[in-house]
Design a protein around this ligand. Sequence first.
Ligand code: AMP
Length: 570
Amino acid sequence: MIVGIDLGTTNSAIAVWRDGRAQLIPNSLGARLTPSAVSLDEDGTVLVGMAARERQVTHPQRTATAFKRLMGTERRTTLGPGHVYSPEELSALVLRRLKSDAEAHLGEPVAEAVITVPAYFNDRQRRATRRAGELAGLKVERLLNEPTAAALAYGLHERDQACQFLVFDLGGGTFDVSIVELFEGIIEVRASAGDNRLGGEDFNELLVEEFLNAQRAALQGLEAGEREVLRARVREQAERARRAMSSEPGGTLRVTWRDRTLEHVVTAERFEKLSEPLLARLREPVLRALRDGAVRLDRLREVVLVGGATRMPVVRRAVTRMFGRFPGAGPNPDEAVALGAAVQAGLKGRDAALKEVVMTDVCPYTLGVDTAERRADGSVRTGLFTPIIERNTVVPASRFKTFATMRPGQRVVRFTVYQGEAPAVADNIELGSVEVPVPAEETGLVTVQVRFTYDINGLLEVDVQVPKTGETRQLLILGQQSDISPAQLEERRRVLAALKIPPREMEANRAALARGTRCYEQFLGDRRAQIGELLRQFERVLDGQDPRRIEAARTQFMRSLDALEGESYL
Ligand code: AMP
């Protein structure tokens, strides 16, 4: 069985193509979104998903979230002594949770997956994502760009007429804009642009700052550790208030700190004002994608909203203003990507219900080589980036450029391959290099031809040829392949497998307990006493070890907390 997975910054989701349609798979709590969070318990147990997200407030130092933003970097996260993880290992733990939820739901093993990535992810980030899948014991059939997945979920591939869409995807931590074209059964991402440092969390930070400023007097003299705990609590309240503002005119942040409850009300107008700088940042990638895709605004058939943060009215209004029309209605914006990945998985499995859809993609970054130039005064300037395949070229693509040696008598030419948009190679990402011998001409220069061929799986083939001698050299760069050895992979998979992880049926109970503990810390007075009593009752049922009673008590416990918090969890 091949599944489709949206590995998100804030939430992840898993879906499958069954009975002729894409369906989301609920997790052990019955929810369709699983928080991308990992936390280490006091007894060395690793919690993933909602239980971990609840602990973000009560145990920020032992909890990791938003690690998708670190994918492709060397950054390690310490959750406790002996528990240090790379971003891809944390992602692997989330993927493993999703895999086991899917297996429990489907009643069969899940070994293969289509995993989505932001269109803007570079090769390193894509490699790390692929590795996360492998560490979770999944064969990664394909990495699919998130906007392409959204287009599939909206059923754009089922329309007969040729048309162009814009996919506007604002998630927890990344923003992606893509121009998607449909033509004779081919879905093509014509252009993509984005900002991988812009998302719902940045809107939360606005509210956090607003709260801390307003409460400055009450919060003086905090130590660094205290400040971190406080910030996590405020952030959690900011997230709540912001979500509430999607359906109500304002929101309230309520934080209990040293026997006092600090409260701050934010009106919709104030929030819109605070959001202005972030809303302004949404424009640039939109304009760039339109420009790169050579698409006129009035030729766009539809604007497709994806990502949970597009539920925010301020964002919807900004989109309506930007495009002069209302965005289209489709599946839930935070579920579309996983559903689209499942459609792609269905295509992989050649499900009869799906029309044949050919998908092409674009290369997200410019690929080129380093060159030097001789200035008028004879001095040489090195380290210049010369593009060969420009970003947003539809792949597969093959392009060549001809270069000349720098000086007479030169014996060898070395090309170093880079990806990026900066004019100096030092600011781009180095991918590899290749050398070719040239005949040492006493006078005049020798020409060398460089051809780049980039295929749909991110494999870049570099061919260097010296026409005069027929000498050729080749370099293969495996864009999305794993770059660690099978033995290393096995070793890291073993480490992850050995982690103490609660069994699936316990996971939901741990999540409920973590939520109860957080609520206990947050409330004061009668409500706190009431939560304490609810917690003790639930713990007593857990001690009884009767699965049916536990499930009923857990549902009851969660409903009581919903009532106290004024927000439903599922
Ligand atoms: P995603 O990465 O698509 O899961 O999107 C996650 C982001 O969507 C987070 O920043 C959430 O706060 C945000 N989000 C989810 N639901 C809502 C909502 N109802 N209103 C506002 N933001 C939301």
